[in-house]
Design a protein around this ligand. Structure first.
Ligand SMILES: [Ca+2]
Ligand SMILES: [Ca+2]
Length: 225
């Protein structure tokens, strides 16, 4: 009498995780990258908007009242007032088909005329596609964020500049500001690149990518159980 040996669940799980990690790592290490497709141009808006793609009300400014660009002499401004799509939404986006070769630290200052908190939960969001998956990198809103006075800016409150990291492997980046429930009290975001970005060692970036691979594999395992 013969018995077919069935791999244990643990062995199958280990194999699945290993395959996921190897797939991510090989894609990063071996995939040919055209530098032009991986380039993140005009990060700090010093040459205006292009190649960023704007939607709604967007532009560059040298200051907003007393607020100056953290880097260079220009920063981007997107807002929910006049010119916004549907009078509610504006965004800036850029894509990098081969994936960013290095992480980039950006800064955003979210400003609003809404009460904080209020039922009109205006928000700013950063959405990236990283290794093919959508990732919400940052949310600021009028309910949960911390604000201080923004006198002289045309807005009543601001968060001050808050950093967020656009990860290695990002293929597209979208930053969006949105009115929620009402178009009366407007909100805006000032955006620039961090002037003091500390280059992340490549090994740390790779670790981050491997972690994403592991997280994805773990999620898959949970699903198939
Ligand atoms: Ca700048
Ligand atoms: Ca609003």
């Amino acid at each position: 009498m013969t018995r077919r040996r069935v791999p244990s669940r643990k062995a199958r799980n280990v194999a699945l995780v290993t395959m996921a990690v190897l797939a991510v790592a090989s894609g990063l290490l071996l995939g040919p990258v055209d530098p032009a497709d991986a380039a993140f141009s005009n990060q700090g808006f010093e040459s205006g908007i292009p190649p960023w793609e704007g939607f709604g009300a967007f532009g560059t400014v040298g200051n907003l009242g007393p607020i100056l660009p953290p880097e260079g002499s220009l920063m981007a401004l997107i807002q929910t007032g006049s010119g916004a799509f549907g009078d509610t939404t504006s965004s800036l986006a850029q894509s990098f088909p081969s994936g960013l070769a290095a992480p980039v630290v950006m800064l955003v200052d979210f400003l609003t005329n809404e009460d904080t908190p209020s039922g009109f939960n205006d928000r700013f969001e950063v959405i990236a596609f990283v290794l093919g998956n959508p990732v919400l990198l940052l949310t600021l809103d009028t309910t949960f964020s911390t604000f201080s006075s923004a006198s002289g800016t045309g807005f009543s409150k601001r968060t001050g500049f808050i950093p967020f990291t656009v990860p290695l492997g990002t293929s597209s980046l979208t930053m969006r500001v949105q009115d929620i429930s009402s178009t009366m009290g407007d909100s805006a975001a000032l955006i620039d690149v961090s002037p003091t970005a500390v280059p992340e060692p490549a090994s740390l970036g790779l670790m981050g990518a491997l972690f994403l691979g592991l997280a994805g594999a773990a999620w898959r395992l949970k699903r198939i159980r």
